[in-house]
Design a binder for this molecule. Structure first.
Ligand code: TXA
Ligand code: MG
Length: 311
């Protein structure tokens, strides 16, 4: 399957097909968010349980009120400060949002992505009368999210049907999934860390963040969710034949296969998933990851690495 152009892709989604598309975080597998049959195929193709809610991608904060209600002021503030961008807001759903999107929960996750191809796709879809595009990360359930189109193709092409398409928009700039923020309480709570950090949320809203509510289902918060085939070991000494992911300042011991040497935490996030996928391509048994420090995007990197860690 070759890669498609954006107009063709917008039409495919409107016609009920699936389109994998780039975002600044990771690639998504998109369907028309109000088309039950199309959305059902997302779960089918990914092998994802149907009670795991999907994020709806929209063109701008102006359509927030179509999709959500009882939106707190601080959510509008977050939308104004960080959209388009790597942030998902969880809000009380409107009547437009059906159970097949939310896994029957009363809330919906909404995001305005900033990748130019994703924006263009949403705009062209809107010109055709489309409302929003439901999209999880474009990987099989439990696997590492793809950050390049070739990885989507390798993983999903065998499960797509004629009419489905893949858009190529290069390497995702952020590299880890969006920050998910619960906006259904008196103050925001971070459900999944990402490029928009706790201190950015705090500064934007002027509110002290709440602890995350453990009863909310976030599939990405399952232990062992972002796992490659290789065994992932954290902060251990690599031995000959191991793969290694660490900041460039960490030297590669003899016989160890360097999978990534990012110069800072942002590059670490950008390169993380491609490095884990590379480990599987090389057939490595073990990957040692040295956790980055800090309270910036390093929080998200540590979160994903701990979830990919082998028991
Ligand atoms: O960066 C991203 O967020 C990417 C790109 C494609 O936008 N999408 C993504 O989707 O990571 P997915 O489905 O792989 O992960 C979305 C997470 C899931 O863990 C899901 O449970 C959670 O968002 N989620 C969606 N709606 C929710 C809701 N109403 N309440 C709580 N969590 C929700
Ligand atoms: Mg995912």
């Amino acid at each position: 399957m070759g890669f498609a152009d954006v107009s063709e892709a917008a039409k495919a989604i409107k016609d009920g097909y699936l389109v994998a598309f780039p975002t600044e975080t990771v690639y998504g597998l998109g369907a028309d968010a109000i088309n039950a049959l199309a959305v059902d195929r997302i779960f089918e193709v990914k092998g994802r349980p149907r009670n795991h809610p999907l994020i709806v991608h929209i063109t701008s904060a102006e359509s927030l009120d179509d999709w959500a209600k009882n939106i707190p002021d601080y959510a509008y503030k977050l939308a104004k400060d960080f959209w388009p961008g790597p942030m998902t807001l969880v809000l009380e759903r409107s009547e437009l949002v059906k159970d097949f999107i939310t896994g029957s929960q009363n809330t919906v996750g909404l995001r305005v992505p900033r990748h130019p191809v994703a924006r263009d796709l949403l705009l062209k879809f809107a010109e055709l009368g489309g409302r929003g595009i439901a999209a999880p990360s474009a990987n099989l359930f439990g696997k590492v999210s793809p950050t390049v189109a070739a990885d989507v193709q390798a993983e999903l092409a065998g499960r797509l049907i004629p009419g489905d398409l893949i858009l190529d928009g290069g390497s995702s700039e952020v590299g880890v999934e969006s920050t998910i923020i619960d906006c259904t309480k008196s103050a925001p709570a971070i459900l999944r860390p990402g490029a928009i950090t706790a201190s950015m949320v705090q500064e934007s809203t002027g509110l002290t963040l709440l602890e995350r509510d453990e009863t909310i289902r976030v599939s990405g918060s399952l232990k062992s969710h972002y796992a490659p085939k290789a065994k992932v070991l954290i902060d251990q000494d690599p031995i000959s034949g191991d793969g290694l992911i660490a900041l460039a300042s960490y030297e590669t011991p003899t016989g160890v296969i360097r999978l990534a040497s990012p110069k800072d935490n942002y590059e670490y996030a950008q390169q993380l998933y491609a490095a884990l996928r590379e480990a599987d391509r090389l057939g490595l048994m073990r990957v040692v990851a040295v956790l980055p420090e800090g309270d910036d995007i390093a929080v998200a990197v540590r979160d994903r690495l701990r979830r990919s860690e082998s028991a």
